[in-house]
Design a protein around this ligand. Sequence first.
Ligand code: B12
Length: 215
Amino acid sequence: MFHPDPEDNVPDLSSGQSVLSVIMVGNIGSGDFWESFKRSHEYLNSDPDPMDSWTKRIVEPIAGKAGGEVLFPSDGPPYHPFQRWASRAETLFPSPIGLFISSEWGTWHALRAAILLPVKIEISNTVSEVSNPCLSCEDQPCLKICPVDAFDVEQGYEYLACAHHVASDAGISCASKGCLARRACPIGPQYMLSSEHAEFHMSAFINARKLMGEI
Ligand code: B12
């Protein structure tokens, strides 16, 4: 949770009230999150974007009871700066592959929703002394392993090169177990997504690119 500053670009509530607290909702790794999702009717019925609609069904009533509203990472474009907001709520750092990283669970978190509240909730955050683990990572395997060099510190993330590779026969490892670069990171391997969970996101990524006519 965090108390937004103007630079966070948190919009007002639809009533015009200012947002005084933001609760970030997400998952770290697969675990119970993935098992609960797999039991949802959204997943079992193969709804379009089932994780988004499942999250919406669960989180919106909770926010509504507290007089709040919910924003989702997929709202957009333009997208809300969920990575920035997550790094205001937790100690997270930018990694060279664009994903944000924790010194504990690596890049294995994802954001599912942000609950905006018109009240200021007390936060008992302890000040964290940890620094960005990427700064002391000499080998940087995440930047070396991608077969199509989709990650370039200067050029950024070449997502079309990534998508073409993942959709090809040569990209079967990324498609079925998740991004090779993300898996090469030495931080928090115990939080790595299960193959089934990773494959779900990779196929959503590829199907969206196909729908857009990009690959
Ligand atoms: C558009 C998008 C994509 C596009 C990227 C297009 C492109 N040209 O880069 C596509 C569809 C390709 C994509 C793919 C994936 N994405 Co994406 N994506 C987004 C989305 C919806 C919007 C990003 C955005 O434009 N934000 C707007 C800006 C203004 O927000 P911001 O927080 O201020 O931006 C900060 C970061 O973007 C960061 N940043 C951005 N690029 C870079 C690059 C470098 C080098 C660094 C250091 C920082 C950095 O700096 C900004 C300032 O803080 C976000 C959700 C969201 N709403 O943020 C997810 C999000 C970033 N994606 C996420 C993920 C996990 C993925 C995938 C790994 C999913 C998968 N298939 O498993 C893939 C593959 C990427 C990979 N192999 O690394 C997660 C990241 C979680 C994390 N640990 O950081 C997010 C937050 C979604 C979520 N639900 O959690 N994604």
